[in-house]
Design a protein around this ligand. Sequence first.
Ligand code: HEC
Ligand code: HEC
Length: 180
Amino acid sequence: MIKKKLGMLMLVPVVGVSIFACATASEKAISSEELSYRNVPLTVNTAPPPVEFPKEPPGQSKRFVRAYENAPPMIPHSVEGLLPITKDNNACLGCHMPEVAKDVGATPISPTHFIDFFKLPEGKIVKLENLDPARYNCSQCHAPQAKTKPLVQNNFKPDYRDPNTKQKTKLYKNLLEGVK
Ligand code: HEC
Ligand code: HEC
């Protein structure tokens, strides 16, 4: 009786191993062409397709619709001479700080950039006197949008709960959404 049971137990791992072996053998290897969006092997050095960034200077470009509700807006104007942002020079502030933005027709920096995000988990909205230093490097989150043909079609369709958020952030109004 004991002998018979042992025999059954021995069988289980053997069957398991052979199923696993079959699965790996039937998997198709992926070629390096298939791995690459460029449709050429990864070993071939091809130049990426040329992209055209906006040439219109600030004040003459057209804002883009936000990719989704409360998405960081893409930069619609040329950034020539404005980047890189350094410790001592941030040209973006000269037009986008709330106190000047209206006069130059720029979108004022979002109110969320003047809030201490570390206090949010406590359910508190603590306003800062100055721009949060974590927001100083604008181009870390806001990038110029190039005119390109997508390599892979994106079927994502944003669902704006408020149609105004196609053009404007509303995040500061619902920052504590879902925070208890
Ligand atoms: C000379 C003033 C000026 C400077 C400097 C400037 N901007 Fe702008 N920005 C504008 C104006 C004006 C607009 C609105 C579109 C237009 O009229 O060209 C704008 C639009 C934008 C938008 C889109 C906002 C929206 O509502 O969709 C973003 C993002 C942006 N700028 C980011 C930046 C960043 C980042 C920098 C620094 C690299 C910068 N801007 C420097 C004036 C400026
Ligand atoms: C850490 C990422 C991050 C950095 C850094 C950052 N932003 Fe933003 N920004 C966002 C996001 C996300 C939004 C949209 C949601 C929100 O309002 O916070 C936004 C929104 C904005 C808007 C739209 C405001 C509106 O009314 O619709 C402007 C303009 C803007 N940022 C400018 C700037 C400028 C200028 C800087 C640099 C001084 C900067 N941001 C730095 C992430 C960032």
